[in-house]
Design a protein around this ligand. Structure first.
Ligand SMILES: [Zn+2]
Length: 428
């Protein structure tokens, strides 16, 4: 009896000490705020008579400082800035700082840009392999800056995004933080959409260097397009910047709550989500079918990139994106519809299928006048075919048994400077 009571007391003492130790050691929720670009790296910029030249690096800093001030008012948060002034920390510095501080969340703030003025709205990126070609432009714009810094060059030199090792390492890292990153990203985009009435382009996966080596949930927020007038005016205004900062702040609060709920109730680790299995076929989004031939920059294509025209029976079919993942296909279809192609539909292609009858060729040009023999195209390429039909000259190149072969040849032509070749399916 006595023994029992003694050990019972000891047990309580132990429990009390444990609780005390635990609460005393409770770690602050550490957030790294990364204002994109800075110093010699201006990021995207555009001139507007209302403001002069707007620069991405100024907007991101301003938003981050506002956000930081909100978070610093709360004792639960510890805020670490990758920069608080107009300077350029290398991407390696940003990542090292985040990892060393064992941060709980990494938030990189950026501003989007497009060569066209029409695209607008917000999007949030989480680290993931390049599955969706539509995001490549963002990856390019945000990754390009790595070559500004010697340290970065060393750090990223050994990294080949196409090597299987890099992909495996990426997938392991990604699966560990992906779900949390996606959750936080969805809060951010949800707030932009609901509270600020912005147009959200969604949460997307992309391989971005600034996120890749972070050992914590990380997102890169594109807060709007500097290339779009309305977005730019919003991004430049004090009110716009405050709204953006507030929406990110609210998302951080929701995220922290969700994470705490999760760790309190779920003791055992959640089973990892199975990776999405690729489908047998490739899918492309058919935007429209028309007798008109458009160049890649034509407004009729509504600013979408990665468009593949395939001509069949005199009709040009414009396809957008290629993927064998159902999720990416659905995302591509949404992007196409959002861009204004309401009747867009997804079409399946059997990969590497040989045409039984007929062949593929590349239509290089359709002209009213015969091209001069010293034109760039005819000078660069041998064996260009010319056919006259209904008063027009059709210039084609090569014969290929599968679409993939034709696409490879089309890419080669592009590298040689012969752009906008149309794949033509000849079924005779
Ligand atoms: Zn940027």
């Amino acid at each position: 009896m006595i023994t029992y009571s003694f050990s019972f007391k000891r047990y309580f003492l132990f429990l009390f000490m444990l609780l005390f130790t635990f609460s005393g050691a409770q770690k602050k929720f550490t957030i790294v705020l990364d204002a994109g670009h800075g110093g010699s790296d201006h990021g995207a910029n555009r001139y507007y008579s209302e403001y002069g030249t707007l620069r991405e690096k100024d907007i991101t800093l301003s938003v981050v400082l506002k956000l930081g001030r909100m978070l610093e008012k709360d004792k639960d948060f510890k805020v670490i800035y990758t920069r608080k002034i107009d300077e350029y920390p290398s991407l390696t510095d940003r990542t090292t700082l985040a990892n060393r501080s064992k941060a709980d969340l990494f938030v990189s703030v950026h501003v989007n840009a497009n060569t066209k003025t029409t695209p607008y709205g917000t999007e949030t990126f989480v680290q993931g392999p390049d599955q969706n070609k539509t995001n490549l432009e963002v990856a390019k714009a945000e990754n390009d800056v790595i070559y500004l810094d010697e340290k970065d060059r060393e750090m990223f030199a050994s990294y080949d995004p196409k090597s299987p090792e890099s992909l495996i390492a990426l997938k392991i890292q990604q699966s560990k933080y992906l779900e949390s990153s996606l959750l936080f990203g969805s809060f951010v985009e949800g707030n932009f959409e609901k509270k600020d009435k912005r147009y959200s382009r969604g949460v997307k996966q992309q391989n971005l260097h600034v996120l890749r080596l972070n050992a914590m949930p990380s997102v890169l927020i594109e807060t709007g397009f500097i290339s779009n007038y309305d977005d730019a005016m919003y991004l430049a205004s004090d009110n716009g910047q405050s709204e953006i900062a507030t929406s990110i702040y609210d998302a951080i609060i929701s995220y922290k709550k969700a994470i705490e709920r999760n760790t309190a109730t779920v003791v055992k680790a959640e089973p990892e989500k199975p990776e999405e299995k690729p489908l047998k076929n490739d899918f492309r989004i058919l935007l429209m079918s028309t007798p008109t031939k458009y160049a890649g920059s034509d407004p009729a294509l509504k600013g979408l990139n990665y468009i593949l025209p395939i001509k069949e029976n005199g009709m040009y079919k414009y396809y957008y994106g290629t993927t064998n993942l159902a999720s990416v296909r659905d995302n591509n279809l949404k992007t196409a519809k959002d861009a204004g192609f309401r009747n867009a539909t997804s079409i399946s292609f059997v990969p590497n299928q040989n045409l039984g009858i007929g062949y593929y060729t590349l239509e290089l040009a359709v002209t009213d006048q015969k091209l001069s023999s010293n034109s760039y195209m005819l000078n660069t390429l041998k064996d260009v075919n010319r056919v006259k039909e209904n008063g027009k000259f059709y210039y084609t190149y090569g014969k290929f048994t599968s679409l993939e072969e034709a696409l490879k040849a089309r890419k080669n032509l592009e590298d040689k400077g012969v752009k906008d070749a149309v794949v033509e399916k000849k079924l005779k």
